[in-house]
Design a protein around this ligand. Structure first.
Ligand code: FES
Length: 146
């Protein structure tokens, strides 16, 4: 094999591996941003957004994320059971980093604070609970009041 052919093959393999890695990373991202509308200072969200139907997976999501223009940070909506939801602003109360969902917790990537899915501080350095929103429901929708 000539040097030029070897370099070309190495380049194709490298590009292929990078592309495949990106595709797998995209598919495995568990954070789902739901579609939501804002009506009269309420975020309106379909309860069906908690059904995970992509890739033929019949499971239900425990939480979903919402991003609307009114807030710089996403809102984390957790479903405990039918009619029992929490809605939390994903802004760390320590120095304001955006939190990341990790199982049933929210974790701060900056200095390691942790919060429960009800917004209570579990680990410092944060010492205040997260901003929460009132949540109401009807048969079809979830309403997050702000
Ligand atoms: Fe979150 Fe410091 S900003 S722990």
């Amino acid at each position: 094999m000539k040097r030029k052919e070897f370099i070309e093959i190495c380049c194709f393999v490298s590009i292929g591996c990078t592309t495949i890695g990106f595709i797998f990373q995209s598919c495995s991202n568990p954070n789902f941003f739901a579609k939501a509308n804002v009506v009269n200072n309420k975020i309106v969200l379909k309860k069906s957004e908690f059904k995970q139907t992509d890739f033929g997976n019949p499971n239900k999501r425990n939480f979903i994320l919402i991003k609307i223009e009114a807030f710089e940070y996403p809102i984390y909506v957790y479903k405990f059971e039918e009619g029992d939801f929490s809605a939390l602003l994903m802004k760390c109360t320590h120095l304001g980093c955006e939190l990341q969902p990790y199982g049933d917790y929210l974790v701060c990537p900056c200095h390691g604070s942790e919060f429960t899915n009800r917004g209570k501080v579990q680990h410092s350095p944060a010492d205040e609970n997260l901003q929460t929103f009132e949540v109401t429901t009807d048969d079809e929708n979830i309403y997050i009041h702000f």
